[in-house]
Design a protein around this ligand. Structure first.
Ligand code: ADP
Ligand code: ZN
Length: 745
């Protein structure tokens, strides 16, 4: 790779199919090396491009010269480039865009117009290691006080003790004039510091020792260890209820990989990336751990990225984007909660990190362990077919029993809380124990309906009803944040009597307080957890016993252990069944199983009351009876009949724009073109639609979709790639193609 490259191939991070050739001037020939970025002329702009290597025999004339090489070290390895190429081809996405997604944002050159109108170039990376910090001054207050924003900023600085300029900018936007003024007034001082961010700075951890494994854990670990010794790709499904000891198996498998001199990549859903989880890894391994999560600033993320690239971390723990971590010698990749939809990126490069884990694992010759208490239907099927090795942990550690579940039919009832649930809640409270009540809908009422014209209040920008939030006194769109004062008047007829329909967590909290006036009720949903640290505060109030009942959305179903919870209530168990999505039953089963599993994690056995309109639905019944096998059998049958994954492969076209007519015309064109190509190529692909998307208007854009179903992946791929090469679109309409879509809305 160190040979001189006179003509190089460069990928550009734009929505362009092809890569480009450039000449390397004499002065840059030593440094224009594969894996580095180069500043290249493109049209009348200068852009950052990625050097892919020497151009294949180029007979081209009139090539332009690269302007600058931007890195002193390569940013990716040959295997990583192979991985990027695979990803680009599979997701039908430009290679330059894939590389841009894979690299940390902090690295990318930003060009911006300077004051002189000249192009000014800054690298985010250079500033990453030094940053300005502000401290409150110890001196006497001056005669002149600052006003407005400066005063607010000062309060934050005093509160924090020391705070970085970046953090202040995050909170206040541009604030250098105010900061300058505060320094001039002697109210605070600025220091520039070398920063090295420690992801563990807020937790103290006791070292712990590997547990003595029970027989199922031992069998699982042995199977993984054998493949680690061989150094060959081997995919596993580690299937075990929460609390069955999966994490312990991960930890010991990782320890084994480290002993062999290999590294470990651990992917978890963002929501699970808590200090508790990372603390467990630190307790076991001490240092050498890098953490990548969405809470990091670009600079912090870039720091972690460089630590990994330089080989200073042996274990990388992160959410979905960590699949691109620059870790070499990967011995094992773990995907915990593999069924989680959050492994799928929903815009730009729409990759699924769970699927890419298998691809990267194959390229690296690594063991890949997909872990879950409720694996996805597709994963179960792959295990049944022998494409994944099934490792089961059928029991909870210490043989704690699964909770008793009572199903309560709510048909014909107007109550939010049934008699059965309120009795159980009263008993649990009287015993001084804790309860969780789950309802997967936030807000007070689901929506408001006008008593005069019977129309529900809907969002003017999106085709959804507005959710009534009583505390905020607003009706709110959960998609675009449109808000109107509520209850208010009916926008259709001006009627003033608006009645509430359906209940959300806010209403449930209200009803519970009425039911048990002395009980301490907490609510956890995205409305109560938006502030920094509020999530942790709510959790700690549950953990230290200063709350009796926790009400919440799916947020309470995941990632936390509440050992003192002995009762779980589920209100409106079918809330997620009504979704126009073939995975609705699967999601409902997974969510209910998780919520039910929250009961009885400690010494005392738990019990669960599940309220549902239709207690006979197989997803609800199976979850209540802890009958996963029954659920998967029935669900696979449905998928086979309806021709959905795992028995078909999907790609979803989404066509959107501001004008309904243009969108509709473009959608028809696209479908016609696809049909024509299908005939030409003689591929077996079903083309469904175009049809309005379930949310047919979103943030003012009209949306249509076309769903492609292929019995075989190669056929689907061929059709998509020829469409891509021939697509003609109008600029006012956006067309995106989602391979293996997860969100069908
Ligand atoms: P999971 O990841 O499946 O939810 P964990 O690995 O977190 O399960 O295990 C649940 C609890 O049991 C943890 O507190 C863990 O430390 C403990 N544990 C796991 N395996 C063992 C074991 N073999 N012996 C004793 N305790 C164990
Ligand atoms: Zn809206």
């Amino acid at each position: 790779m160190t040979d001189k490259l006179h003509i190089i191939e460069v990928a550009i991070p734009l929505y362009l199919e092809k890569t480009f050739h450039y000449l390397v001037p004499e002065r840059l020939q030593q440094v224009a090396i594969t894996g580095r970025r180069a500043l290249v002329p493109f049209g009348n702009r200068k852009l950052t491009g990625y050097i892919l290597g020497k151009a294949a025999a180029s007979a081209l004339t009139g090539l332009k010269e690269i302007v600058e090489v931007l890195d002193s070290e390569p940013l990716w390895t040959a295997v990583e480039l192979e991985f990027y190429r695979w990803t680009a081809s599979y997701y039908q996405h430009p290679l330059g865009e894939v590389i841009r997604t894979a690299l940390p944002a902090g690295i990318n050159i930003q060009t911006r117009k300077g004051a002189t109108g000249q192009q000014e170039i800054m690298t985010g990376g250079k500033t990453a290691l030094r940053e300005k910090f502000y401290l409150p001054a110890q001196t006497e207050p001056p005669h002149r006080q600052p006003g407005g924003k400066a005063l607010e900023i000062l309060a934050v600085i005093r509160d924090a003790g020391t705070i970085s300029a970046g953090e202040l900018r995050k909170r206040f936007g541009t604030c250098s004039p105010q900061l300058k003024r505060l320094v001039e007034l002697g109210l605070c001082t600025a220091v520039e510091r070398e920063i090295y961010r420690d992801p563990f700075k807020n937790i103290t951890v006791k070292r712990d020792e590997p547990r003595f494994l029970h027989s199922h854990q031992k069998a699982a670990l042995d199977a993984i260890a054998v493949t680690l010794d061989e150094g060959l790709f081997a995919p596993f499904l580690l299937y075990g209820v929460t609390g069955s000891g999966k994490t312990e198996v991960y930890l010991q498998a990782i320890a084994h990989a480290l002993e062999l001199g290999k590294n470990a990549l651990v992917l978890v859903p963002e929501i699970a990336l808590t200090p508790q989880l990372t603390g467990r890894f630190q307790a076991r391994f001490g240092g050498g751990i890098a953490i990548l999560h969405s809470g990091l600033s670009d600079g912090e993320r870039y720091d972690e990225w460089r630590r990994i690239r330089r080989g200073l971390a042996q274990i990388v723990i992160g959410a979905r984007s960590a699949i691109f971590a620059p870790l070499d010698k990967i011995g094992i990749i773990i995907v915990d909660e593999e069924h989680e939809a959050s492994f799928k990126q929903s815009d730009g490069l729409r990759y699924n990190a769970r699927d890419l884990a298998l691809v990267r694992g194959r390229m690296e010759g690594a063991a890949v362990v997909l872990g879950s208490a409720t694996p996805s239907v597709t994963t179960i099927h792959a295990a049944e077919q022998g494409r994944l090795t099934l490792l089961e942990l059928p029991e909870r550690v210490e043989g704690r029993p699964m909770p008793q579940v009572e199903l309560v039919a709510m048909k014909g009832s107007k109550e939010t809380i049934s008699a059965a649930l309120s009795t159980s809640l009263a008993e649990t409270y009287a015993q001084g124990r804790q309860a969780i009540v789950f309802l997967n809908r936030r807000g007070f009422a689901t929506f408001l309906v006008c008593a005069d014209c019977a129309k529900p209040l809907t969002c003017p920008n999106c085709s959804v009803t507005l959710t009534y939030h009583r505390q905020r006194g607003q009706s709110l769109c959960h998609y675009c944040d449109y808000a109107v004062p509520a209850p208010g008047t009916c926008p259709s007829c001006g009627g003033t009597t608006l009645s509430e329909l359906g209940a959300g967590t806010e209403k449930l909290e209200h009803d519970l307080k009425e039911l048990l006036p002395t009980a301490r009720v907490l609510r956890m949903d995205s409305d109560t957890t938006s502030g920094k640290g509020s999530h942790e505060r709510l959790l700690s109030r549950m953990n230290d016993g200063s709350a009796d009942i926790l009400v919440g959305t799916q947020m309470i179903a995941k990632g936390h252990d509440f050992p003192e919870v002995t009762l779980v209530g589920v209100v409106n168990a079918e809330a997620s069944l009504g979704m126009p999505d073939f995975r609705a039953a699967e999601r409902t089963f997974q969510l209910l199983s998780q919520v039910i599993g929250r009961a009885g994690r400690g010494e005392i056995p738990g019990r669960v009351v599940v309220q549902a309109l239709d207690t006979e639905h197989y997803a609800i019944r199976a979850a209540a009876e802890h009958d996963a096998t029954g659920f998967y059998r029935e669900e696979l049958e449905f998928r086979r009949e309806a021709g959905y994954p795992p028995f078909a492969f999907l790609a979803a076209f989404s066509i959107s724009g501001l004008s309904e007519q243009t969108v509709s015309a473009q959608a028809d064109n696209t479908a016609r073109k696809l049909a024509q190509l299908k005939t030409e190529l003689k591929v077996r692909v079903e083309i469904l639609g175009p049809a309005p998307s379930p949310i047919y208007r979103l943030r003012n854009r009209y949306r249509r979709q076309i769903l492609l179903k292929g019995a075989n992946r190669a056929d689907l791929h061929r059709l998509l790639s020829s469409w891509r090469h021939q697509a003609t679109t109008v600029s006012t309409v956006r067309i995106s193609v989602d391979i293996d879509p997860v969100d069908m809305m």
